[in-house]
Design a protein around this ligand. Structure first.
Ligand code: SF4
Length: 343
């Protein structure tokens, strides 16, 4: 993103953040460490102007961890930037998607940089974090990924099965059905094992495993559990070309943009997006999973416009919700519903 774009973007962000104590910037959709200096200039600029308005700016970079240098990592620590490394478990699984262009493994270098930053933030008391997220695909099993993170001393990790529309193309979509089924079997095993281990303990302090399960337990434990998607409300995404989107899922599809950094968010576009989102959401009326699913993601397949159910998405969400509810009840009451792995 060029300075003429991010200067305007800063103005829009601060105008839209009037009265809030804190905003969060997430650098993603591309490798930020390839454009590190300009990204830092942008962040410094936003923070300086935000501080004058009493707004704190949290920052997160999602990275594949292959190109960051030790100096850049030290700068991140200094600037209190949290990093989330995309590492898909053991080398063979990770390299399924993440080989270097010459075919070489990227696992070693990614792991080295993740460890380096993990050590750096270990003593930080200011909330700077070093986290991981994994995609499960190909020959990988969620159990292998979970074991890998346990061996690395990581208690909690984000994880998801690979999405056919984003990474695989139509050729592999049949295989992805099998991967999803395997993923859910493993998720069930992990969730129930954790529910049993934690009976009588506080998951907030002691949970180990996929964060999506802990998030679902939190929602089930909350007085009001419905939390719809934030796209186009508290979330706005900006492409490097200055086009604004309701969320990062639409970046790169200008026809789904809601404005640009020169003219700001267009009221007609954002209202049209929210209306369309509401219209799509009517399909969720009567669905028992809606309080956990949050009404699905409308950016699952942006090539097709706004769609609620990417191929098989609702089936997956309902199966996920079933595992979350069953394992939550198992943790809370010791209830063990019939059938299924890991109970
Ligand atoms: S599972 Fe599908 S229908 Fe049910 S709430 Fe989620 S998106 Fe809506």
């Amino acid at each position: 993103m060029e300075p003429d774009v991010w200067l305007l973007l800063t103005e829009i962000m601060l105008r839209m953040s009037n009265g809030v104590p804190r905003i969060r910037i997430e650098f993603g959709t591309g490798e930020t460490f390839l454009h590190f200096e300009p990204a830092m200039r942008f962040l410094d600029h936003v923070r300086t102007l935000a501080a004058a308005k009493g707004i704190e700016v949290e920052a997160l970079i999602v990275t594949n961890g292959t190109v960051c240098t030790a100096d850049q990592l030290r700068t991140c620590l200094q600037k209190k930037i949290s990093l989330c490394f995309s590492i898909d478990g053991p080398a063979a699984e990770h390299d399924f998607f993440r080989k270097f262009p010459d075919g070489g493994s990227s696992h070693g270098v990614t792991l080295k940089n993740w460890r380096r930053y993990r050590e750096m933030v270990a003593g930080a008391r200011d909330g700077t974090r070093c986290t991981v997220t994994s995609v499960v695909a190909g020959c990988a099993r969620l159990m292998d990924v979970a074991r890998f993170w346990r061996e690395q001393g990581v208690e909690r990790f984000r994880v998801a099965p690979v999405e056919p529309s984003r990474h695989l193309g139509s050729l592999a979509s049949r295989a992805s059905d099998v991967w999803r089924a395997q993923y859910l079997t493993d998720l069930e095993t992990l969730a129930f094992a954790e529910a049993k281990r934690l009976r009588g303990s506080d998951p907030e302090r002691e949970f180990r495993g996929p964060l999506d399960i802990l998030d679902a337990w939190r929602q089930l434990n909350a007085p009001s559990s419905y939390r719809p998607c934030n796209a186009g409300h508290s979330t706005i995404a900006a492409g490097a070309d200055g086009i604004l989107y309701p969320c990062q899922g639409f970046v790169g599809f200008p026809e789904l943009g809601i404005g640009d950094v020169s003219s700001g968010v267009r009221r007609d576009k954002i209202e049209a997006f929210r209306l369309e989102r509401m219209r799509l959401g009517r399909a969720c009326n009567g669905c028992w999973a809606r309080f956990l699913c949050g009404g699905g993601c409308s950016a699952g397949d942006p090539k097709s416009g706004m769609v609620l159910d990417k191929p098989g998405g609702c089936e997956f969400s309902r199966a996920h919700a079933e595992i979350a509810i069953g394992s939550f009840q198992c943790w809370r009451d010791g209830a063990v519903p019939g059938g299924g792995a890991g109970k």
